[in-house]
Design a protein around this ligand. Structure first.
Ligand code: NDP
Length: 273
């Protein structure tokens, strides 16, 4: 019998997950059916119950349900707990396991696909929302020389840094504190680019920067990437690789086989112009 998986969100029409997991299934010879579910706002639990009752084995979760999925789970990985959010679930009888693969997917894209090890690097992370929280532990596991988190309300940056403190060298600050600081890798984990906005990051952070990474994908050259490019950063990337890698992690978790992501990344890449 074909095993059933799906992505749930609202809206969901934009989701690339059915295409990604369909490609993975074909490449690995896995017999799965992967669909997209538009969950009713405020009705995540009912939609998840119905999917499980129909034999569903796992879900990817996208906005606005990542917190609902976390609450719905009976068991949560350390990564999901730290993020306070789930982007993947596995159903095993009464057990509902929650995971968050956004951060590991991001690290895999940077270190493997983009060939930029984070060990010993000065890393700047802009934003302190769900994606930034998910990236915190996976970043620190890479042992950067230092991780700085900047947020427009400094309290949120300090709070996230406090959570990560036991796991490595991390501190939080305001954007204004970044003036005069230099970083090897800069990540934009704010949602500013979704509205073609620029977080208030000083261009000076890019002075010795080897990679500027925009977590949003499919937006071309965002204001953040343009700022980095104008400051002379050689390597620019958006989140398409992160998207493919977090999907591959979920696929491996469900199916026990990790698909190669290159074909999916090539298919979904939008030029950074
Ligand atoms: P959240 O809504 O959880 O967090 C957004 C963060 O951005 C908050 O810290 C918010 O600050 C900050 N922010 C928003 N606008 C601005 C601005 N103009 N200037 C400065 N800070 C701003 O979103 P997510 O963490 O889920 O997503 C963040 C980004 O990551 C999005 O672009 C999303 O598309 C991308 N993403 C990519 C994935 C991938 O697979 N490639 C996966 C998940 C996310 P405040 O708290 O003050 O509002």
């Amino acid at each position: 019998m074909t095993d059933r998986y799906a992505v749930i969100g609202n809206p969901i029409g934009f989701s690339k997950s059915p295409l990604i997991h369909g490609t993975f299934a074909q490449a690995t010879g896995q017999d799965i059916d992967y669909t997209a579910i538009e969950g009713p706002l405020g009705g995540f639990a009912g939609a998840a119950d119905a999917f499980r009752a129909a034999g569903g084995l796992g879900l990817n979760i996208t906005a606005p349900f990542k917190l609902d999925a976390f609450a719905y789970a009976t068991e949560r990985s350390e990564r999901a707990q730290l993020a306070g959010a789930a982007n993947a679930m596995k159903f095993d009888g009464e057990r509902v396991l929650a995971e968050n693969f956004d951060g590991v997917g991001l690290v895999r894209d940077v270190t493997h696909n983009l060939n930029q090890p984070l060990k010993g690097k000065r890393v700047l992370l802009l934003g302190a929302g769900g994606a930034a929280r998910g990236a915190l532990l996976p970043f620190l596991a890479q042992e950067p020389a230092g991780l700085v988190i900047a947020h427009r309300s400094v309290d949120k940056a300090l709070e996230l840094a406090r959570i990560g403190a036991g796991h490595g060298a991390v501190r939080g600050c305001a954007y204004t504190d970044l003036v005069g600081q230099r970083f090897d890798v800069v990540f934009n984990a704010t949602s500013a680019s979704l509205r073609a906005e620029l977080p208030p990051v000083p261009a000076s952070v890019f002075a010795h920067c080897a990679l500027a990474y925009e977590l949003a994908y499919g937006k071309g050259l965002t204001p953040f990437l343009r700022l980095a490019q104008n400051a002379g950063v050689q390597q620019l990337a958006d989140g398409v690789g992160m998207l493919a890698e977090q999907a591959a992690e979920a696929f491996a978790w469900w199916r026990g086989v990790r698909p190669d992501t290159r074909a999916v990344i090539d298919k979904l890449t939008v030029p950074l112009v």
